[in-house]
Design a protein around this ligand. Structure first.
Ligand SMILES: C[S@@+](CC[C@H](N)C(=O)[O-])C[C@H]1O[C@@H](n2cnc3c(N)ncnc32)[C@H](O)[C@@H]1O
Length: 211
């Protein structure tokens, strides 16, 4: 379990190139500056930014085959997890969807700053985004699981991996699904908090998605 900021940074560093780590450090310092201007992360998490946000996002890479893509991140907000995984995996195309104007501007600025040619920000509600086939669908603090699946199933195929950090509610949200959908998901312990878990799923929800 990651207990300190140093451990969190080491965890991230083990999973990316030195250049990507520098880009992440730059992103982290820009985030702290921008957080004074708009509400991007909870104030209580500023001192544990690498634990609560950076490593929390980076750990998702451990749950997918390396060649999985493109990645679709729903409601990226401050940049988690989509900006982090896009910086760490420059070979993997990413699409980040965010509907709030100031957050869209922020994400576009960070994509430009890090020179992320693999990352496209779609400034729109997810409901209006044209369907494409996503290899991985990620979403942190986006919507309750059932609603999340209803909104995003059309982007999934039989080969899609779902990576949904869900905090304390992971097992309960999975258990509340109808049985065919429930069988898609496993609960994985988060490395950043004993209380948190990630729902890792495979495939397309029965009745949704594309063949
Ligand atoms: C609670 S924030 C979480 C942000 C980020 N994923 C994180 O974990 O820090 C949820 C984000 O989803 C965005 N959002 C909510 N509903 C959306 C929708 N239907 N389409 C696109 N973005 C949406 C909100 O604007 C907000 O930035």
């Amino acid at each position: 379990m990651i207990e300190t900021e140093e451990q969190a940074k080491a965890f991230v560093a083990e999973r990316c190139s030195p250049g990507a780590l520098s880009a992440l450090e730059r992103f982290a310092s820009e985030l702290l500056i921008e957080s004074e201007k708009q509400n991007l992360i909870a104030r209580s998490t500023v001192d544990t930014l690498w634990q609560r946000h950076m490593a929390d996002s980076a750990q998702l890479l451990d749950h997918v085959p390396r060649e999985t893509g493109p990645w679709l991140d729903l409601g990226t907000g401050a940049g988690f997890p989509g900006i982090i995984t896009a910086i760490m995996r420059p070979d993997m195309p990413h699409v980040l969807v965010e509907s709030r104007g100031r957050r869209i501007e922020w994400l576009e600025r960070m994509v430009a700053l890090a020179g992320l040619e693999n990352c496209r920000v779609i400034g729109s509600r997810l409901e209006k985004v044209e369907t494409f086939e996503a290899g991985a669908i990620t979403a942190r603090a986006f919507a309750p699981l059932k609603e999340l699946l209803d909104l995003s199933a059309r982007f999934s195929t039989d080969r899609t991996t779902w990576l949904l950090p869900k905090g304390r509610s992971a097992a309960q949200e999975r258990d509340e699904l109808e049985s065919p959908q429930r069988a898609m998901f496993h609960v994985k312990q988060s490395v950043t908090s004993r209380d948190a878990a990630i729902l890792v799923g495979a495939g397309r929800p029965p009745g949704g998605g594309r063949k």
